[in-house]
Design a protein around this ligand. Structure first.
Ligand SMILES: [Zn+2]
Length: 154
C-alpha cells in the first residue's frame, strides 16, 4: 500500500482503503497464523511544511496458540496507524512495512484464550483456576520469609 505525495495537496487529503496480504506479517504458523487479509483504512494529509501525516487503522483476524491450553484461538489484531513523513519526501511512499510493524505490535506477549466466567476454556472445555493475583499479603509473606532467613544466618 503506497501513495504518491505529489498527487496530494492541502485541500484534498487522500483516503486509502484496501487489503494487504497476511503473508507480510511473516508468521511462523506454529504460534500465530493469519489467513485472511489485513484491512487498512488510512487518511493522508499534506501539512504546511510539506510534511505528510498518515493516520488510520489496520486490522486482521488471526489465530494464536493459547499459552495455557496450547490450542488455536481466534483474535482480531487492531492497530492504530500514525506516521509522519517529513519533507523532503520521496516520490512514492510505501506504507506496507509500517502497517506490518503496527499490526505486529498488537500481538499479545502472552496469548491466552479468554476463559469463561467459571474458568472454562472455550476451546478445550477444561476448567482452569483464575490466575493468582499478586496481592499485598503474598508479597508481605515473601518479605517476612526472606527476613527470617537472614536472621537465622546471624
Ligand atoms: Zn486456552
Amino acid at each position: 500500500m503506497n501513495f504518491t505525495p505529489a498527487l496530494i495537496d492541502q485541500m484534498h487529503p487522500l483516503t486509502l482503503k484496501g487489503e494487504l496480504s497476511p503473508e507480510i506479517l511473516g508468521f511462523n504458523e506454529t504460534t500465530a497464523k493469519a489467513t485472511k487479509p489485513i484491512w487498512a483504512e488510512l487518511l493522508v494529509v499534506k501539512e504546511d511544511e510539506g510534511n505528510y501525516l498518515v493516520t488510520g487503522w489496520a486490522q486482521v483476524p488471526v489465530s494464536l496458540t493459547c499459552g495455557r491450553c496450547a490450542e488455536w484461538f481466534p483474535m482480531t489484531l487492531r492497530a492504530k496507524v500514525e506516521h509522519l513523513f517529513e519533507a523532503p519526501v520521496p516520490n512514492s511512499i510505501d506504507l506496507t512495512p509500517l502497517i506490518r510493524e503496527d499490526v505486529l505490535l498488537e500481538l499479545p506477549l502472552n496469548a491466552v484464550c479468554q476463559l469463561g466466567a467459571n474458568g472454562r476454556c472455550p476451546v478445550t472445555g477444561e476448567f482452569y483456576q483464575p490466575r493468582p493475583e499478586a496481592s499485598d499479603s503474598l508479597v508481605g509473606e515473601d518479605v517476612w520469609e526472606a527476613l527470617s532467613k537472614l536472621k537465622t544466618k546471624d
